[in-house]
Design a protein around this ligand. Structure first.
Ligand SMILES: Nc1nc2c(ncn2[C@@H]2O[C@H](COP(=O)(O)OP(=O)(O)O)[C@@H](O)[C@H]2O)c(=O)[nH]1
Ligand SMILES: [Mg+2]
Length: 149
């Protein structure tokens, strides 16, 4: 079970990150439902933004070994309730997206992820910059290695 669950608000960059790491072309496609592939479970941002869907995220988390929680650096708000990370029984890492954009506020995004109870270090990324996602690519490879054992 080397799979990863991607969570984050609508437009946070979950699908773009998945496409980047799977070496797919990054094209905009609204995620309408849980989307399973070998490596990732991608989901619509509504599942985080609308509390009555939290249970879907919690159920999906049982099928992964790690959760990646995204926060859009350009967003003035966050959808993570306080200590949300604690509802999951899986390791959870924080990823700050869209750091290439002028209005990105990494400090604010860091505060939101802290508020969600996620532990630092966080990964600042931009899908426009391949180097910024290199640490996540490495993490993915390590999980895949574990899966082969
Ligand atoms: N500039 C910039 N745009 C991004 C980045 N990541 C995602 N986007 C854009 O943000 C929009 C929403 O991305 P998407 O991956 O569909 O978000 P999702 O709803 O979380 O799956 C798309 O238009 C993406 O092209 C990034 O790192 N930098
Ligand atoms: Mg999506």
């Amino acid at each position: 079970m080397g799979r990863i669950l991607l969570i984050g608000g609508i437009g946070a960059g979950k699908t773009s990150l998945k496409q980047t790491l799977m070496n797919e072309q990054v094209t905009y496609q609204k995620t309408q439902m849980l989307d399973f592939c070998n490596t990732f479970i991608d989901c619509p941002g509504e599942y985080l933004e609308i509390p009555r869907f939290y249970h879907v995220l919690i159920d999906a988390s049982h099928q992964v070994s790690e959760i990646w929680a995204l926060q859009d650096a350009t967003k003035q708000r966050s959808f993570y309730p306080p200590q949300f990370s604690k509802v999951f029984r899986k390791p959870i890492i924080g990823i700050i997206t869209k750091v290439d954009l002028p209005k990105a506020n990494i400090q604010q995004a860091t505060a939101y992820l802290n508020y969600a109870g996620i532990e630092e270090p966080f990964y600042p990324i931009s899908v426009m910059n391949g180097e910024s996602v290199a640490p996540l690519r490495l993490r993915l490879e390590e999980l895949n290695e574990l899966r082969k054992c």
